[in-house]
Structures are given as structure tokens and as C-alpha cells.
Design a protein around this ligand. Structure first.
Ligand code: PLP
Length: 374
């Protein structure tokens, strides 16, 4: 099996699965219980929070657990915007649906939203961001790494511009595809809120987190028992949280060498494309080596995916979330329809190998021979 769809989700790391198993079968108490089992669970919660906070370069008290990156983004955007009745929000046209759909809802509630367009490489400039700011801007939300192209957005320059021009406004960074791809420095970025998700880094699905800068107060979306400092009620998903903590510990220990390894995989893919499929087009800037978007003009992505799948090579067309719909990211970049319809996203994780790259290249050659006309 050659799994090259790690921006969609990743296999669970052994250490993370073992930690989850331990919590599910022996340390299964409720962290709010007053007895020994509860105290043990509360200790695991605290330790996991510490490990995740270290990966995010924030304080443990600034981490709020959620069920996923989407919930983290919903909590950030709805709560931050609704501190005011109306106002202006700045985001980009290349955000994940989690952000775009929240912004659409906020527009229905009376907020005005500016969606900054990218250039043809998938970048959005800090100058365009600054120019979009208004006196009534209450919130800005920007992704760190684009899930379809691997382009990095200038969150640092944008955060600083926002705080200079609109000191009351809050800045949210969607770092779901950034965690363990690039270093996270939320303080430097003047970031108030930052979303991450466990299943993109080797933890199970069902766990995310929101960084909430000390001193920022948000209203919860879920009310109940008051867990997570009242911001996210509901008994903590301790097996998932513990696994997320373990995944952060493991990934942090090998971060630098992992990035080098993934750079080698991307270089091998690009070399292979140049010699074996020189007419293939690479889409976007691909600032991080983990994501390569490529188009094989004349070869519909759904069909390429099926050909690759028949050789146990797994990739996405656009993003996994777009489920066959035309990519809004590639469209916003102004790519032509032929290029969008033939786009394939390859996404690496550190466990991938050169054999995976070779299997992909062989599969792409096979698909091209079957599908390419002329
Ligand atoms: N933001 C980005 C950039 C993503 O790529 C994703 C998932 O693909 C999300 C948010 C949503 O994360 P989750 O799947 O944990 O809800």
C-alpha cells in the first residue's frame, strides 16, 4: 500500500494508539470524578495538555480541546465575531470549508466579509491584507499552510498589520496543515486564536484544539458541565486527547529530520515528473514539501485516482473534503478548467518512502498512457 493522502488524514502512530488503548481500558476514569480513577484521568489530561501546548509553543492554560479542527475554527470564528453585533471580517478565498462556511453564516448574520483572492501561485500578499483592513474590522482568519497546494500564507506580517491598524480585532490562524510541517510561533504572529487537529499528525480522528491567547475571552458554543474552563462543555475525550499528546511528543522529537526526509521525497517526485512526465504541471507554490498539487492535462483526476488505486496508490483530487467538486482553491488561483479537472494532490508524511514515490510515478505513467489523447 502506498498512502500519499496524508493531508486528508494520517495513520495513527503506534505510541498514540497504545496511549489511547491504555486510557480506554485501564485509566478510563472521568477527569471530573473525585476518586482515585478520576484523579489519574485528570493527571493524564494535564500531561497531554502540556505536550500539545509545547508543540504549539503556547502555555497549557491556553489550550482548549475540541472534537476536530472544524470545531476549533467554529468556536474561534463564531465566538470572536459575535463579541460584536456587526462588523467586518477579513479572510482569504483559499481557506478550508471550515472557515469559509463559518464566514458565510456570519454574513447571513450581518457581518461583512472580504475574501482576499490568491495570485496564480496560491499566495495572498500581506499588502493586500493590510489594504483590506477597515476601522470596523473585528476579526481576521487566515490559514498557515494551504491544504491543496502547500502554499504558506504570511500570517506573521498579517497579524502584525492587524494589531497595528485594528488593535481590538482578533486574529485566528488555521494551523491544521501547519502543525509539524512548519514551526508554530503564534506569539510572534500576534495570533489570538489558532486551530489544530490531531488526525493530521498521527493521532486519531475526533480530537482538535484551539489556542486561546491568555486574556482573550470567548463565549462557548456548547454549554453544560463547564469543562475546558467553561469554553467547551462535555466529558473530555481522554483517549483521543492522550493520543494527541503522545503524537505531539513523538513528532516533536523528530521534527527537523522529518522535514528533511519529506523534502527528499518531494525532490524525488519532481525529478521523476521532469524525466518521465515532463508535460505534467505543478500547481501553486508548494512552500512546504508535504503537499504537491499536480495536473496531468487531458487526464481527469477521478479516473487517475481509480487507476492509481488499482495499484494501491492513494492520493486526492484537490482536497479530500471537496469530494469530487471543483477545487475552489485552484479556481481562485485562476487556473484553467483543464488543469483543475486533472489536478491530483499528493501529500507526504515522514513515514513515506522512495518506493511510495516510485509507485506513484509508475501509476501516473500508466494513467497517462491510458487516458491521454493525442
Ligand atoms: N483546516 C484545514 C486547512 C484542513 O486541511 C482541515 C482538514 O482537512 C480542517 C481545517 C478541518 O480539520 P478537521 O478534519 O479536523 O475538522
Amino acid at each position: 500500500m502506498h498512502y500519499l493522502d496524508n493531508s486528508a488524514t494520517t495513520p495513527v502512530l503506534r505510541e498514540a494508539a497504545e496511549q489511547a488503548y491504555k486510557v480506554m481500558t485501564s485509566a478510563f476514569g472521568n477527569p471530573s470524578s473525585q476518586h482515585k480513577m478520576g484523579i489519574e484521568a485528570a493527571h493524564i489530561l494535564k500531561e497531554s495538555r502540556r505536550e500539545i501546548a509545547a508543540a504549539l509553543h503556547v502555555q497549557p492554560t491556553e489550550v482548549v480541546f475540541t472534537s476536530c479542527g472544524t470545531e476549533s475554527t467554529n468556536l474561534a470564528l463564531f465566538s470572536a465575531a459575535r463579541r460584536r453585533r456587526k462588523g467586518h471580517i477579513v479572510t482569504t478565498a483559499v481557506e478550508h470549508a471550515a472557515t469559509l462556511q463559518c464566514c458565510k453564516r456570519l454574513e447571513q448574520e450581518g457581518f461583512e466579509v472580504t475574501y482576499l483572492p490568491p495570485d496564480s501561485t496560491g499566495h495572498v500578499s500581506a499588502e493586500a491584507f493590510s489594504a483590506a483592513l477597515r476601522t470596523d474590522t473585528v476579526l481576521a482568519s487566515m490559514m498557515l499552510v494551504n491544504n491543496e497546494t502547500g502554499a504558506c500564507l504570511p500570517v506573521g506580517a498579517c497579524g502584525q498589520a492587524l494589531k497595528r491598524r485594528c488593535p481590538e480585532a482578533l486574529f485566528h490562524v488555521d494551523a491544521v496543515q501547519g502543525l509539524f510541517r512548519v514551526p508554530l510561533t503564534p506569539e510572534k504572529w500576534k495570533c489570538d486564536l489558532m486551530s489544530v487537529s490531531g488526525h493530521k499528525i498521527g493521532a486519531p480522528k475526533g480530537i482538535g484544539a484551539l489556542y486561546l491567547r491568555k486574556g482573550v475571552h470567548l463565549a462557548p458554543l456548547l454549554c453544560g458541565g463547564g469543562q475546558e474552563n467553561g469554553l467547551r462543555s462535555g466529558t473530555e475525550a481522554l483517549p483521543n486527547i492522550a493520543a494527541f499528546g503522545a503524537a505531539c511528543r513523538v513528532r516533536a522529537a523528530t521534527f527537523a529530520e522529518d522535514v528533511k526526509k519529506v523534502e527528499g521525497l518531494k525532490a524525488a517526485l519532481l525529478d521523476g515528473l521532469q524525466t518521465r512526465l515532463p508535460w505534467a504541471l505543478v500547481n501553486g507554490a508548494g512552500d512546504v514539501p508535504h503537499v504537491v498539487s499536480l495536473s496531468l492535462p487531458g487526464c481527469k483526476s477521478e479516473v487517475v485516482l481509480r487507476v492509481l488505486e488499482s495499484d494501491a496508490v492513494y492520493v486526492s483530487a484537490g482536497s479530500a473534503c471537496s469530494k469530487g467538486r471543483e477545487s475552489h482553491v485552484l479556481r481562485a488561483m485562476g487556473l484553467d478548467k483543464g488543469r483543475i479537472d486533472s489536478a491530483v494532490r499528493v501529500s507526504f508524511a515522514p513515514y513515506n518512502t522512495l518506493e511510495d514515490v516510485e509507485a506513484l510515478l509508475a501509476g501516473l505513467e500508466k494513467a497517462a498512457a491510458m487516458l491521454r489523447r493525442g
